[in-house]
Design a protein around this ligand. Sequence first.
Ligand code: ADP
Length: 455
Amino acid sequence: MLEKVLVANRGEIAVRIIRACQELGIRTVAAYSEADRDSMAARLADEAVCIGPAAPLRSYLNPPALLSAAQITGCDAVHPGYGFLSENAYFAEICTECKLKFIGPDAATIRLMGDKAAGRRTMQAAGLPIIPGSESELNSVDEAIEVARQIRYPVLLKPTNGGGGRGMRIANDESELIKAYPTARAEAEAAFGDGSLLLEKYLSQVRHIEIQILADQYGHAIHLGERDCSAQRRHQKIVEESPSPVVDPRLRKRMGEAALCGVSAINYANAGTLEFLLDPDGAFYFIEMNTRIQVEHAVTEQVCGIDLVKWQLRIACGERLTMEQNDVRIRGHAIECRINAEDPKRDFLPVAGELEFFLPPGGPGIRIDSHLYAGYTPPGSYDSLLAKIITWGADRDEALDRMRRALRECVITGIKTTIPFQLALIDDPVFRSGNISTGYVKELLQRWRESGTAM
Ligand code: ADP
């Protein structure tokens, strides 16, 4: 087993990784920026090392600072969490060169899947259905127009190296495409340092369904069913659940087997997620693979009873996966609400403040993954995720009823949060019915605006 892990991240995921390490008897070092000196991760870890100023480029996105921290503290591995350097092939490569185990797949796999065009080509060759679109990155607006003529409108421009739903643009006809192309390029360049774009057919009535996989270094892989992340705002997930209300055992088997085909085609090792769009007829299309732990991993853990972060650590140090596909049992239903420091009344504007009082919900079936404590001021320099509330129930209704109770019970004062929005969403009859698509949240907000409903 590993002896000491550098946690190269912050916020709730840093705490999550420390907890997994502690249960496995692995020592931890929290790498923190000057803005995170008082963070829960820095307090919970066995050691903590300051890696630089608040600006991510000088701390959490700065490989030399992280590697020095790992070396001076005698770590033998680095866990990158999600975001920051978690899908940076160069970082994975130099960790390995410095004799530090990178908790994730190898650098070549990260590089391959980090490029959405290459990822699509690879998965198509492995037999997975993909959305019609450009085979590689677009070289010009003329090429975009040409592809759009073949696949027909509406189309979606998507950054090749994108993430977090940023930089995507829909075009309903040629004039919109001509207008959107330079804007999308500029946005991608600003957000990801790379303006290259892909063009895909835009599918309107779809659900976002993703398959969690675990694979060891010896070619053995299993899938842990699906997560439904169709409740999105601006292509970013806000509520996730497992299982999906619309995936039956047959579809789960088909999607799981497709995901495992993809995994074996690239000799993938560690935890990973293949994301798909599912249309109302049951046809599904691969969109991308995330080669890291995801924010929403906890819903899978709750229904499968498997600790994904512990398995990431075990697999990275060469342990074999001890479960077979038949051992995976999906029990009950789990839902996650992302609680962000945002004001839903002001178009989800990120807000800052000192947390005066924090009372997390409790009782049966409730799990809180958070880095909050009373008196803590979450720094404004990073993303706005404060806590994840995850509820489990024997069925979807019980999980939802518990979520309502948990959201009502949760007290956060001093900072505005998305709780009022989440509460209203959980009670919305359309969400309750389970009959939603990725456009649902936009429609819901529109509906509330028109009816003057207060959140
Ligand atoms: P990112 O890596 O930025 O998260 P993804 O490719 O994973 O981007 O897509 C994020 C979301 O954008 C999806 O969950 C879906 O809602 C929407 N999306 C992506 N591709 C398409 C498409 N071709 N048609 C319709 N919606 C799409």
